[in-house]
Design a protein around this ligand. Structure first.
Ligand code: TRP
Length: 453
């Protein structure tokens, strides 16, 4: 049980709330995943669908999570016990805490690669290499049993070091410094990229609407990605919401965070593709885009040395402000449900997640023969969390707010520091009651193969 007399740590300012929530949202998903899927599925045509999902489903689910968190003043699991005592709703919270374990275990691996690539960049490690060498630099590194694990643990330690300090002095303070830094680096990189000769082709790849490329798969990816990029479905924003004061305008916060996340994803595309196309390199999919394609670009580009260092710092910072939000879900849960101190909860969560994470890292190399359902450990953690746990979580969060919590309580909670009424409130209720659950259910059934387009 949580200690009722224990004073809850809180965010100190409106900007702090936005920086923290946007810090969670802006991550690896924005920098490498979004630009690529946007380009592949028809540029502006995809963007259009993606934005529709962000507005119609992302915004309402994000607001739902913040309402649950602020109203209950509890962690993702405890929140449902407070708001719906004696009901099974609390299992949504358990699912979220579980998802946090899985996501952070593989997220930390990729973030560790990014830390390593800062060092490689500083040593000017791409300069003298052929494309084949840049390729094998990456595959040799990620398959090795020791080095990536060390970088991953360094990253996890940095995450823990911020979380252990607490909400206001740790998480909020670091986001307030790191997020503006991230935006500055990104704007600098985008300007450099679009001013290269031949940049136009990259902008076309990203923005030229091509409706013939917008397949059913593209539409499903748009919804799945809308969830991942906004950090929804896992209780991250329930947890952060529980640290938001009664004077905060939740609707405004949600809009600010969503706009920031979307603008940063588009900026990342502008920083990456013009540079890639300017050097006539075919963009790779997934991690390869960042760790193989881009180093090939840096290698040829005037000023590529500096560009590469800044880019991997950017990527690491984006990952760090997200990873602290994921760790905090578990820490808040341990702290309040098992009455642990913040220090003990952080150490325990970090150790457990890192152990799972080491398995993920090793599954790239020595453990690669070990598979489950045909997936390596890394891919399994990714697949189960992103395709199953987050959508299921988001689905039930929307249903909870729409059908259990209800219109009156929503109106009352949002009225603290803001306002949502009339047609806006009705639209919100319609979205969380019907639109979001149905859309998520369709995507979910399709992902697990029960429904096919
Ligand atoms: N949104 C982050 C990204 O785009 C990742 C992330 C952080 C996340 N917290 C989350 C994803 C919670 C799902 C759920 O990289």
């Amino acid at each position: 049980m949580a200690d009722k007399n224990q004073k809850r740590d809180k965010f100190g300012s409106t900007f702090g709330v936005i920086a923290a929530a946007a810090g969670s949202a802006v991550g690896l998903g924005n920098i490498w995943k979004f630009p690529y899927i946007a380009g592949v599925y028809g540029g502006a045509a995809f963007l259009f669908v993606y934005l529709a999902f962000i507005v119609a489903i992302g915004l309402p689910v994000m607001l739902s999570e913040l309402i649950i968190g602020r109203k209950s003043q509890r962690n993702a699991f405890g929140a449902f016990k407070v708001l719906a005592p004696g009901t099974p709703w609390k299992y949504i919270g358990i699912l979220g805490v579980g998802a946090a374990f899985l996501i952070l275990s593989f997220y930390g691996v990729v973030a560790g690669w990014s830390v390593h690539y800062i060092i490689v960049s500083i040593q000017d490690g791409f300069a003298s290499k052929s494309p084949e060498q840049i390729n094998s630099l990456f595959s040799t590194f990620i398959e090795s049993p020791v080095q990536p694990v060390i970088y991953q643990l360094i990253f996890m330690l940095a995450t823990a070091a911020i979380v252990i300090v607490g909400i206001k002095k740790g998480i909020e303070k670091f986001n307030k410094i790191l997020m503006p830094l991230l935006v500055l680096i990104l704007i600098g990189l985008a300007i450099k990229s679009v001013t290269l000769d031949g940049a136009m082709a990259g902008l076309e790849f990203l923005f030229k609407p091509d409706f013939s490329k917008l397949t059913g798969d593209g539409i499903l990816s748009a919804l799945g990605h809308a969830f991942f990029t906004l950090s929804l479905g896992m209780g991250t924003l329930i947890t952060y919401g529980s640290y938001i004061g009664k004077d905060n305008n939740l609707v405004k916060t949600v809009i600010n965070v969503t706009v920031a996340d979307t603008v940063i994803a588009i900026l990342a595309g502008i920083a990456i593709f013009p540079a890639v196309f300017a050097f006539g390199i075919a963009p790779a999919e997934g991690p390869g885009l960042i760790f193989i394609t881009l180093p090939n670009v840096f290698h040829q580009m005037p000023g590529g040395f500096l560009f590469s260092i800044l880019f991997f710092i950017l990527l690491t910072v984006a990952a760090l402000t997200s990873s602290i939000s994921i760790l905090e879900v578990v820490v808040a849960y341990f702290k309040e449900e098992f009455n642990m101190g913040r220090r003990g909860a952080t150490v325990l969560a970090t150790v457990l997640i890192s152990m799972l994470g080491i398995m993920c890292s090793l599954s790239m190399g020595v453990l690669s023969p070990v598979t489950l359902f045909g997936l390596s450990f890394f891919d399994l953690m990714d697949w189960v969390s992103a395709n199953i746990m987050l959508p299921v979580g988001g689905l039930f969060i929307a249903l909870f707010i729409g059908w259990f919590f209800g219109r009156k309580k929503v109106e009352a909670e949002v009225a603290k520091g803001g306002n949502l009424s009339g047609i806006f409130l009705s639209s919100f209720m319609f979205l969380v009651k019907f639109v979001a659950p149905i859309a998520i259910a369709i995507v979910l059934l399709n992902k697990i193969g029960l429904l096919n387009f």
